[in-house]
Design a protein around this ligand. Structure first.
Ligand SMILES: *[C@@H]1O[C@H](CO)[C@@H](O)[C@H](O)[C@H]1NC(C)=O
Length: 442
């Protein structure tokens, strides 16, 4: 018989590693913000709101680049800007838009695995596709017989994006939009109900043209303003790619120093102008793809590495955190009026989520109480009243429902008004802090 002590150590440690591995991947770090009460997007706490602390730090700074100059920071610009660390100026000039009213061509670049549902593209964007202004480049990641497929299915969406940049380098539309295959995602913009189709429909090709590179996510959390510290010694569970980045950096960018901070809104969805893509030699994309083919990192980690370097590749700046309100207004035509009003809308949104959560808990507790009564009756008795039941406050549910309804109405009104205001090109320029004169378009 095999005694316990004779089991080879290798097997034990192998099993332990496997267990840790399973444990690790069963708890996605993405769920951490929710778990610690930050809500689905980013999280001012109730205390922060009450204290009047600027909960959305970028808004009042107005534009990207403010953080680059410590002297430009003023009290009230937001807590996160107290220690501006990185230069965010991109060496690229502002792109030149077409005359007002011109059409732009676009292409939606999407990686698709077998079984993933991309029908939303035809169903929701059929009219834009039919007009010929928008085409798609859907990379079938695991189907080598498909017309568009990568040379190897490795590195998740990074492989699709780089393959597109290489395959279509000589045949680019005005704007290329890089997105995941799913229609809804927690990381999509809240005002569009997290719907990719609405984001594509409302995306301003003019903004993409001007900026060259535009992160499709307007919300800062997670990723901004101060996310990755590639030189960090400490290893953080939710940012495991941090130390890997430092190791990868030298291979990816042998000519560039490792920046102290890498920051941009998360999740690897962005748009690029033709001009910006062409500002980078095709060979660059080929060598990045070669790194991806070569690396021993898992798909999960190699994908993560790129999540915080796309902005470096396309803007040469490690820091890319444009104002949220400017992103919404200039980028999608959702203009709340100014940064404070934008701020206020998301405060309502925060309160709404709190109430919805509380109502959910109230119902759970009410059900538990009802069940306990039911059980007591089934056993021929009554609840003695001494059971330690968590009885919800009578009437609180009705109050919550009324508040939720009020908030929803108020938010609906403000949202509609924001879309209306966004039709005005002057307003878009104003909220983005850029000059505008009569006759200018978006
Ligand atoms: C833009 O496209 C629309 C729809 O395809 C078309 O009706 C319109 O004439 C185009 N505008 C210009 C300026 O080409």
């Amino acid at each position: 018989m095999l005694r316990r002590s004779t089991i080879p150590i290798a097997i034990v440690s192998g099993l332990t590693t496997l267990l840790l591995f399973i444990l690790f991947f069963s708890v996605s770090w993405r769920s951490i913000p929710q778990a610690i009460g930050l809500g689905e997007t980013y999280g001012p706490t109730k205390e922060q709101i009450k204290s009047g602390e600027n909960i959305l730090p970028d808004l009042r700074t107005g534009k990207q680049g403010v953080a680059a100059d410590p002297n430009a920071w003023r009290e009230g610009d937001g807590a996160h800007f107290k220690e501006p660390k990185v230069e965010s100026q991109s060496p690229y000039p502002v792109g030149v838009t077409k005359p007002a009213g011109s059409n732009y061509t676009g292409r939606l670049v999407i990686p698709k695995m077998e079984g993933e549902d991309t029908r939303w593209i035809d169903e929701q964007l059929g009219d834009i596709l039919a007009s010929g202004q928008m085409t798609t480049a859907i990379y079938h990641m695991d189907d080598p017989s498909a017309l568009l497929h990568p040379i190897k299915n490795k590195g998740n969406e990074v492989m699709a994006y780089l393959s597109y940049l290489i395959d279509f380098y000589e045949d680019l539309p005005d704007v290329s939009i890089f997105m995941h295959s799913h229609r809804y995602g927690w990381h999509n913009n809240i005002v569009f109900n997290k719907d990719s189709a609405l984001m594509v429909r409302h995306l301003s090709p003019e903004r993409v043209t001007r900026e060259g590179y535009m992160n499709l996510r307007c919300h800062w959390y997670p990723g901004c303003p101060d996310w990755m510290h590639p030189g960090a010694i400490e290893r953080i569970y939710e940012k495991q790619e941090e130390h890997i980045l430092a190791d990868s950096w030298a291979e990816l960018f042998p000519e560039d120093m490792i920046p102290t901070v890498l920051a941009q809104p998360c999740c690897s969805q962005f748009a690029l102008s033709r001009e910006r893509i062409h500002a980078i030699p095709k060979e660059r994309f080929v060598s990045l793809r070669e790194w991806l083919l070569r690396t021993e990192l898992s798909n999960f980690l190699s994908g993560r590495v790129f999540e915080y370097i796309w902005q470096f590749i396309f803007t040469s700046s490690p820091f890319h955190c444009p104002s949220m309100s400017a992103c919404y207004c200039d980028g999608y035509g959702v203009c709340f009026g100014d940064a404070e009003k934008f701020d206020y809308y998301f405060e309502l949104n925060f309160n709404l989520n709190e109430y919805l959560q509380e109502l959910h808990l109230w119902k759970q507790r009410a059900e538990a109480v009802a069940e306990a009564h039911e059980q007591a009756r089934a056993q021929g008795g009554e609840l003695s009243g001494e059971e330690s039941l968590d009885v919800p406050e009578v009437g609180r549910d009705q109050w919550l429902k009324a508040e939720i309804r009020k908030l929803e109405l108020e938010m609906h009104k403000r949202r509609e008004a924001a879309f209306e205001l966004g039709r005005d090109p002057r307003q878009r320029a104003k909220e983005a802090g850029r000059p505008w004169k009569d006759g200018d378009g978006f």
